[in-house]
Design a protein around this ligand. Structure first.
Ligand SMILES: C[S@@+](CC[C@H](N)C(=O)[O-])C[C@H]1O[C@@H](n2cnc3c(N)ncnc32)[C@H](O)[C@@H]1O
Length: 301
């Protein structure tokens, strides 16, 4: 997945250097694509930290219930249920194979006190029916799969209806000048190289085809381990669609810059002004109902 890059900052291109892991070299033949995806892409601790930060900022309290849409292995559900004894998580994905992988890898090893607070549904997020939740999480740009505006609004409306009255929808987006280019970005990780391949971009429709490849020190490769056929939605388009779906307010959290590397510093703050950088990722918080301010409360008395 893309990362923040200012114009002129360098893209890493070296091959994996730390190739040994518990004495076994990673190769395409002995690697599991879901495991590598989680290692390379997912940051569920940061995601759950962000949920808590958003709830404190927008509602002045913490949430207990989340629904992780497009949950894949549902690692965020596991992290959420783990971190507080009252937390509850629902994961939704339509791919049974990835749900089962997450069950074997994560949920089967949890104590019953945690596992019992996680529910995974094999369903389409456009149709799923769940009890009202406080938070819906749609991460790693998964909703970009909805290419028609009508479908995007339908998805956001479904989220709106599934949220409690003060609920928040949290999702991410990416963009920047490089997002409109056909480029490959490599990242050297523990015993393998992660490759984000922006393979096709159609400026007329906004459609993109992105692949993830994993390359190994022995020269082997898991080519096209994952493929995403998306529409590259812009932040104003996404926020307009959210408001059309009924959300009262949207806030973009923009990532700060690490001035040594020119990349992102991992700190996201509410902002009305971004930078025209080569690559960025941002969070969007959509509030079902606008925050009730103290002044508004006292006026009603
Ligand atoms: C990019 S992965 C995201 C995995 C995980 N949420 C993450 O943050 O890394 C997209 C996932 O969305 C699922 N998916 C795609 N369309 C869906 C839909 N309409 N309803 C539910 N899941 C869907 C796919 O099966 C896949 O597991």
């Amino acid at each position: 997945m893309p990362t923040k890059k200012n114009a002129g900052s360098k893209t890493k291109s070296k091959r994996a250097t730390r190739a040994r892991r518990t004495g076994v070299w990673r190769t395409a033949a002995n690697s599991d694509r879901h495991e590598l995806y989680e290692l390379a892409v997912q940051e569920v601790v940061a995601e759950c930290d962000f949920i808590e930060k958003a709830w404190r900022a927008h509602r002045g309290r913490l949430a207990t219930t989340i629904r992780e849409d497009f949950c894949g292995t549902a690692k965020a559900c596991t992290e959420w249920a783990r971190r507080r004894p009252n937390n509850q998580a629902i994961g939704v994905d339509l791919d049974r194979s990835v749900i089962l992988w997450g069950e074997r890898r994560h949920r089967a090893h949890l104590p019953a006190s945690i596992a019992s607070r996680i529910t995974i549904l094999e369903a389409n997020v456009l149709e799923v029916e769940t009890p009202a939740v406080e938070t819906i999480l749609a991460m790693n740009f998964s909703y970009f799969i909805f290419k028609e505006r009508e479908t995007l609004v339908r998805y956001f409306r479904k989220c709106f209806e599934s949220l409690s009255d003060d609920g928040l929808l949290l999702c991410d987006a990416y963009g920047g000048s490089e997002a409109h280019s056909e480029v490959e970005e490599e990242r050297s990780l523990d015993g393998f190289t992660y490759v984000w391949d922006q393979n096709q971009y159609n400026p007329i429709t906004g459609d993109v085809v992105n692949h993830i490849h994993f390359r190994f020190p022995d020269g082997s490769e898991l080519k096209r381990a994952f493929t995403y056929r998306w529409r590259l939605w812009s932040l104003p388009e996404i926020q307009d669609a959210m408001r059309e779906a009924g959300f009262a307010n949207t806030t973009v959290y923009w990532e700060g810059t690490d001035h040594k590397t020119g990349g992102g510093n991992g700190i996201f703050k509410p902002s009305r002004r971004g930078e025209a950088c080569a690559g960025w990722i941002a969070y969007i918080v959509a509030e079902k109902r606008a925050r009730t301010t103290r002044r508004a409360v006292s006026r009603r008395k």
